[in-house]
Design a binder for this molecule. Structure first.
Ligand code: NAP
Length: 293
């Protein structure tokens, strides 16, 4: 999707990431690799903006308006905070209610969400070599109801999955369901609720997606599933957590003989989609992945 005008090859792309904190972000390495591979010049900077610093956020977006910055990614805690400061949302960002990619088009600040198509592209790759019988029923269980769960649920519903949502806070799960409720897709969401993820009937599902931070560095021995959980071999596991490279959930799933993956592929894919919007150049996904493996 080339949304911007082609630029001369000497153009200096100023790109970056807004969030807080940002110390461990892999995005600068990923985007530096994409810039190099496409033969483009530029920088990808980190812009740590405190959750309470609305003025800092507004000042940074003003730099995009002035074309001093050509593209921004947005992460926690600003994926929703930026929305009132933008002129327009793409239909995907509108439906999800969160923005992870910002750019200027026709003098308008546009908010987009590449987490959703990034997740779906990587999920399809993950499922690509599975037997069709395994994915025929397409019944998914999503753990967590935060920002990334919204993108995941939206994508799964759009791809024809039946989705069950499990979250520790009932109000958050309902908020997610109703955020997508203006869409005809919402009728497919039965919101299953549990506080401990311990009473889940995993054999009912073909796919389990972890959209909680459980298992993420530094708490690498954490998992959203209790220690005693038995995973049926037919269950596929997609863990959005990508740091460490093999999470405990993925390790346990593989020990039960399940197919399992972390979210590194989604991270690369969402970055690649944003890069292509900002630069109008194809993103070299292999180079981007190599930069962080
Ligand atoms: P978020 O908006 O903070 O949502 C996290 C969700 O997990 C919330 O529902 C939260 O519930 C729940 N949760 C947190 N701790 C829990 C616990 N101990 N027990 C049960 N539920 C718990 O975060 P997010 O943006 O969705 O990110 C979630 C994870 O996905 C992070 O690890 C992030 O790095 C990863 N992620 C990966 C990609 C990728 O490209 N691979 C993209 C986005 C996110 P409460 O609100 O009650 O705390």
């Amino acid at each position: 999707m080339n949304l911007l005008m082609p630029r001369p090859s000497t153009f200096d792309f100023q790109l970056g990431l807004i969030g807080f904190p940002l110390g461990h972000s892999l995005s600068p390495k990923i985007h530096a690799a994409a810039l190099t591979a496409s033969g483009s010049r530029g920088d990808y900077s980190l812009f740590p903006i405190h959750p309470d610093d609305q003025q800092g956020l507004a000042d940074l977006l003003a730099r995009v308006r002035r074309s001093e910055i050509h593209g921004l990614n947005v992460t926690i805690p600003h994926k929703q905070n930026v929305i009132p400061l933008l002129d327009k949302l793409t239909p995907t960002a509108q439906a999800i209610g969160a923005v992870n990619t910002i750019y200027l088009q026709d003098n308008k600040l546009i908010g987009h969400n590449t987490d959703a198509p990034g997740f779906l592209a990587d999920l399809r790759q993950f499922l690509g070599n599975r037997k069709p019988s395994i994915v025929n029923r397409k019944s998914a269980l999503v753990l967590g109801a935060g920002g990334s769960a919204r993108a995941v649920v939206y994508s799964l519903l759009a791809d024809g999955w039946t989705v069950t949502l499990a979250a520790r806070r009932i109000e958050q799960a309902h908020a997610l369901a109703s955020a997508i409720s203006n869409d005809q897709l919402s009728r497919s969401i039965p919101v299953g609720l549990t506080t401990l993820f311990s009473n889940l009937q995993l054999s009912q599902f073909d796919l389990l997606v972890n959209a909680t931070p459980l298992g993420m560095t530094p708490n690498t021995e954490g998992s959203p599933l209790p220690e005693s959980t038995t995973m049926p071999t037919t269950l596929m596991i997609y863990d959005l957590v990508y740091n460490p490279r093999e999470t405990k959930l993925v390790r346990d799933a593989r020990a039960f003989g399940c197919s399992a993956t972390t979210g590194l592929g989604m991270l690369i894919e969402q970055a690649a989609l944003a890069f292509e919007i900002w630069t109008s150049s194809p993103a070299d996904r292999a180079a981007m992945r190599k930069a962080v493996e």
